[in-house]
Write a new protein. Structure first.
Length: 237
């Protein structure tokens, strides 16, 4: 089996050894990772279920410190009762809370959703804004959520850094050891990933962290990126 890297053909095992024993440049490391994901996850996308920007925003607000699976079980009833931002803006805590009580931090998220909807109706004519600066004005929306909305809905070159993106980027050596905040990691990733791939790279890193590069028991034996992984190199062999 042959592996192509920088237009040079290597047997897979030989390239694996080369990567482990030689120091790669930052550009080569990114190229390796991008090539791998383009081949193995060519159609990466969010696992949250939605049909409109409004629905995605609701789902992303609910997903903070909660699994996408749980959110996807919860949102159909919400969207049926509150099909748009106008209907959500007119509800109250006691009416909305029962739909959200199975989600983590339901009290805060209930308040955030109502506040978000009311501000969208009041300040944005009922249309979900599509810039990071505007989105972060909404209750319950921080930089990470704003980056998700703009990259998923509009393919903008914004990188949302959640716990998976942060962990995978550090382990693979995509960012420097001094990048100790989500914003620092975001800046380095955006600097090194081709602009047209940033919106998809966000999902690559999330999915890899969610299913392979787990926090406690990473599945290194089945990982196709271990050849260039700093974390793997430090494991006892």
């Amino acid at each position: 089996m042959l592996f192509y890297f920088n237009k040079v053909r290597y047997p897979t095992f030989s390239f694996y050894c080369l990567a482990l024993t030689c120091s790669m440049t930052k550009k080569e490391r990114y190229r390796f990772v991008i090539d791998y994901f383009q081949k193995h996850i060519p159609e990466a996308e969010t696992e949250l279920l939605y049909d409109t920007p409004y629905q995605l925003l609701v789902a992303v607000i609910l997903s903070a410190q909660c699994t996408d699976k749980r959110v996807n079980l919860t949102t159909p009833a919400i969207f049926k009762k509150f099909p748009n931002v106008h209907s959500l803006s007119k509800t109250n805590f006691d009416e909305l809370f029962p739909y959200i009580k199975s989600i983590s931090y339901p009290n805060n998220k209930t308040k955030h959703l109502i506040g978000m909807a009311q501000k969208v109706v009041k300040d944005f004519n009922g249309e979900i804004p599509m810039t990071v600066d505007e989105l972060i004005q909404l209750p319950g929306v921080g930089r990470k959520t704003a980056n998700v909305i703009t990259s998923v809905v509009d393919n903008q070159p914004n990188m949302a850094v959640d716990t998976h993106v942060f962990r995978v980027s550090k382990r693979l050596g995509l960012v420097s050891s001094s990048a100790n905040t989500p914003f620092a990691v975001e800046k380095e990733l955006i600097k090194n990933i081709p602009e047209e791939m940033i919106h998809k790279a966000h999902h690559w890193l999330i999915l890899h962290g969610r299913y392979t590069c787990l926090a406690r028991n990473p599945k290194c034996d089945e990982c196709g990126l271990k050849a260039i992984c700093n974390y793997y190199k430090k494991l006892p062999k």
